[in-house]
Design a protein around this ligand. Structure first.
Ligand code: ATP
Ligand code: LTN
Length: 340
């Protein structure tokens, strides 16, 4: 009689990462991590802290070490559950750099020269246009392909890198045989872009030098209230949503909406006849209250480095388990000798 094999349903795989190149701000929470928290329920998720990517720009070693652990603690404080997914530091899984070298030999110079992020970063960091900045997208492709990820949650700015990842996967699969899953971008249900508090026409960004421009997830209650008090608005005194004419006020309304769930019409009505002073005071307290559970949890987790270390070691083990299998396949296909 023919043996009936059980069908093992595998959950689709998701991989995403953030560089430990600055502190996380409220935009990361609403635009990225909150989505990840939902995704971990339905998918097999790998979330990584991409420290190898971070050194494409000069980093102070002590700072980098600190920020990497800060970021791990923040992921957990925001709701990433290390029991449900693999949370790990990229440099703890050497397969990332190993696969990256192989893929480097399958990438054209022209493909990398086209990357808009490379062009932008090499203009910004003129004194250090290193080869890592150039090959950065290949390392990112390796992050994704090692885990056979089906979906990759990314922002608009990373879509070009994902396209290259797909090209590399297809190229390798075509040259040898099916090796890599060709990943799709996962574009989250659009959350609002949070803008810079001091320059509301550009987005809040972790590499901004002006600390008053961003609300960091590590800011204290009073710092948050103070930053919102000093946010740039405009010279009329009407709380009205108009992203073009009133970008500062609209941004604060967005933050208030995120913190309280109130609609823009409700917010406009609430502040009829009241000045910006009142408005900013109320928004500041609402945002600080909204972030408080995260900041409290963060402070508790961050203090316990042994706990963090344990989680990150376990996460790296889980990740290596999958990554080493993919790398072994790749090495075999390109013709490297193996005695296993
Ligand atoms: P950098 O300025 O160092 O390039 P960044 O602050 O722009 O960094 P990324 O690390 O590129 O942040 O962001 C990771 C993800 O977080 C983005 O893909 C996007 O989904 C989300 N994100 C970042 N900034 C914002 C923002 N201001 N508003 C909403 N979402 C954001
Ligand atoms: N390049 C991305 C960070 C990143 C990433 C990844 C995102 C590195 N490897 C793999 C998704 C999947 C950035 O700068 N936001």
């Amino acid at each position: 009689m023919e043996e009936i094999k059980p069908v093992i349903e595998r959950k689709p795989i998701i991989l995403s990462g953030i560089q430990p190149s600055g502190s996380l701000h409220i935009g990361h929470l609403t635009g990225a991590i909150k989505n990840w928290v939902e995704l971990q329920e339905k998918y097999d998720c790998y979330f990584t802290i991409v420290d190898l990517h971070a050194i494409t720009v000069r980093q102070n070693p002590a700072e980098l070490r600190k920020r990497t652990l800060d970021l791990a603690a923040l992921y957990i404080a925001c709701g990433i559950d290390p029991e449900k997914c693999s949370l790990f530091i990229q440099s703890h899984v050497p397969e990332h750099t190993q696969l990256s070298w192989v893929l480097t030999c399958y990438t054209g110079m022209g493909e990398l020269e086209r990357m808009t992020q490379f062009k932008a970063k090499s203009e910004k960091y003129t004194s250090n246009v290193n080869a890592g900045l150039f090959t950065y997208p290949i390392l990112m492709a390796s992050d994704i392909l090692l885990y056979q990820a089906d979906l990759v949650p990314v922002g608009e700015d990373q879509k070009q890198h994902l396209e290259l990842t797909r090209d590399l996967a297809n190229r390798f699969n075509f040259n040898y045989s099916d090796t890599f899953k060709v990943p799709e971008p996962y574009i989250a249900p659009v959350g609002a872009r949070i803008m810079n508090l001091q320059d509301p026409e550009s987005k809040m960004s972790k590499s901004d030098e002006n600390l008053k421009a961003s609300i960091f997830l590590t800011d204290s209650y009073n710092e948050i209230v103070k930053k919102i008090k000093s946010a740039v608005t405009d010279s009329d005194a009407e709380v009205k949503y108009d992203k073009v004419k009133k970008p500062g006020v609209s941004n604060l309304m967005t933050l208030y909406h995120i913190a309280t769930g109130k609609s823009f019409v409700e917010i406009e009505t609430e502040f009829i006849g009241k000045g910006y002073g009142d408005f900013k005071g109320t928004v500041g307290v609402a945002v600080a209250d909204y972030l408080k559970p995260i900041t409290d949890k963060y402070a508790a987790i961050r203090k316990d480095e042994n706990y963090l270390k344990e989680i990150l070691q376990k996460g790296a083990e889980k990740a290596r388990n999958q990554a080493s299998r993919t790398l072994a396949k790749v090495y075999k296909k390109v013709g490297f000798v193996s005695f296993k």
